[in-house]
Design a binder for this molecule. Structure first.
Ligand SMILES: *[C@@H]1O[C@H](CO)[C@@H](O)[C@H](O)[C@H]1NC(C)=O
Ligand SMILES: *[C@@H]1O[C@H](CO)[C@@H](O)[C@H](O)[C@H]1NC(C)=O
Ligand SMILES: *[C@@H]1O[C@H](CO)[C@@H](O)[C@H](O)[C@H]1NC(C)=O
Length: 439
């Protein structure tokens, strides 16, 4: 009896609480339409009570599913994976646009592997106010389990993840065990913190993603993606901690992101088409890379890539395209423009002889064809002489390369940087310093 009346109170209280949460939050307000919210989740796995339904059908446009109402504790110690799964299931089944709320106020929700799959009945907005934190116990990803993922959203249409909160991969224990850090360790994969697979009309914005076990965020097989205002950080020494990884996806926009990691700031891989990146700041890390493409004699297809208005601080590479010998396919219609580089090691680089294998890669006839690549309005400093390097394939020369308005100096100004080219068909426009292909 007492329990029942408490439940009733919760049912009545829930819409008010949800209202409070949403109104204290401008970030989510952008993505949540309608003036107020109700909670369709008064009881896990049951439909909204009559009163909630009444509210929902009159002036409400969405339902809110808070992790806490599905049994999550948010104390950073108790495992909240099942609570998250229940909240997701309810949100995904909601006939009204759903909000899955990760409450803030300093709460930390400890999670093991979490797979959140669609298709969902309506659009789902995940409002992350607090922190989702990965289990520090590597055994939760032990052999036989999926070692490659932590949080995965799969097959969801019109998913938004936002809210100003954080996703914390708790990566320290993984980094210590990486073969790149400790040579005695076997080389094994570590989880990607946040993955999106087969999503359409996806928005991820206003989030911190920190200390991932390996890649911070991966977009795979998605169409229509907007990533904005993401702040991704991990120590410059953390192994393989790419910032944003994109593959087999098209119509993707990335804007206003700050990415400091131990590996690629952004890695753009096979099957990426129509990607626009703007207002991104990188460093430390390995810079922005297209590739590697064509490994193990594979076919690669990448086109329509615009990297615009990017600053790189102390990164290994600036604007890079890398392909293995022996591949096929193409990387074409690529623009890197309006870039400022500070103390970058290899500011402009096309490497069609890339090799990152244990044994040297042998000479091969075929290659991924690299064409129509523009490097434009790029200035700054380099810490090695290699300001511009076009190392193209002997058999499949890269062509249609434009170098336009480039001014790269060596840090300190004592030495002159160089530009080296092999098998590249290029043209120059405006002032290009160092002069292209002189060394
Ligand atoms: C909110 O609703 C209005 C009017 O229905 C619509 O024009 C607008 O695009 C919607 N915004 C979002 C973020 O869904
Ligand atoms: C790259 O993408 C193409 C076409 O999308 C596909 O045929 C090929 O198998 C992919 N290569 C790899 C290595 O996945
Ligand atoms: C280009 O790549 C080949 C093969 O890896 C290498 O031998 C050569 O030194 C490179 N050229 C420059 C200028 O780095």
């Amino acid at each position: 009896m007492a329990a029942a009346s408490r439940r009733l109170k919760l049912v009545l209280l829930a819409p008010l609480l949800a209202l409070l949460f949403l109104h204290s939050d401008t970030e989510a307000a952008n993505t949540i339409n309608g003036t107020s919210a109700t909670d369709g989740s008064s009881l896990p796995s049951s439909s909204p009570g009559p009163r909630a339904r009444l509210l929902a059908s009159s002036s409400r446009h969405q339902s809110v599913f808070s992790l806490d109402r599905y049994g999550a504790r948010g104390d950073g110690e108790h495992d909240d994976t099942q609570a998250l799964a229940r909240a997701w299931k309810a949100a995904c089944a909601s006939p009204l646009p759903a909000v899955m709320l990760v409450p803030g106020g300093g709460k930390r929700y400890l999670l093991k592997v979490a797979k959140l799959s669609g298709p969902c009945r309506s659009s789902v907005a995940v409002a992350v106010k607090g922190t989702l934190v990965a289990s520090p116990n590597r055994a939760d990803w032990s052999d036989g389990k999926d070692r490659r993922h932590w949080i995965v959203f799969r097959s969801v249409d019109r998913l938004t993840v936002s809210g100003g909160g954080a996703v914390d991969g708790n990566g320290e224990t993984w980094w210590k065990h990486s073969c790149k850090v400790n040579k005695a360790m076997p080389c094994k994969e570590a989880p990607t913190a946040l993955s999106f697979h087969y999503c359409t009309s996806l928005r991820v914005e206003g989030l911190k993603i920190v200390n991932s076990q390996q890649i911070h965020m991966s977009v795979e097989d998605c169409t229509g993606v907007q990533l904005a205002r993401l702040f991704i950080t991990a120590p410059g020494t953390s192994p393989n901690t790419d910032g944003i990884h994109i593959t087999r996806s098209k119509d993707v926009q990335v804007t206003d992101c700050k990415i400091k990691t131990g590996d690629d700031c952004m890695s753009i891989e096979n099957g990426t088409h129509n990607l626009h990146v703007s207002k991104v700041v990188c460093g430390p890390g390995h810079g922005i890379s297209i590739g590697s493409l064509g490994d193990d004699n594979s076919k690669a297809e990448v086109s329509g890539i615009a990297i615009d208005t990017v600053r790189l601080y102390g990164t290994t590479n600036g604007a890079r395209i890398k392909t293995y010998q022996g591949g096929s396919g193409y990387a074409k219609d690529i623009t890197f423009q309006n870039m400022i580089m500070y103390n970058v090691k290899y500011p402009i680089i096309i490497d069609q002889n890339y090799c990152d294998n244990a044994k040297p890669c042998k000479q091969q006839k075929s290659a991924v064809e690299v064409s129509n690549v523009v490097f434009k309005n790029i200035r700054g400093t380099t810490i090695t002489k290699n300001a511009i390097k076009l190392n193209c394939s002997k058999n499949v020369r890269c062509h249609g390369i434009t170098l336009q308005n480039i001014n790269l100096k060596m840090e300190g100004g004592k030495d002159k940087p160089e530009s080296t080219c092999q098998n590249a068909q290029w043209r120059k426009s405006g002032t290009v310093l160092p002069l292209p292909c002189t060394a």
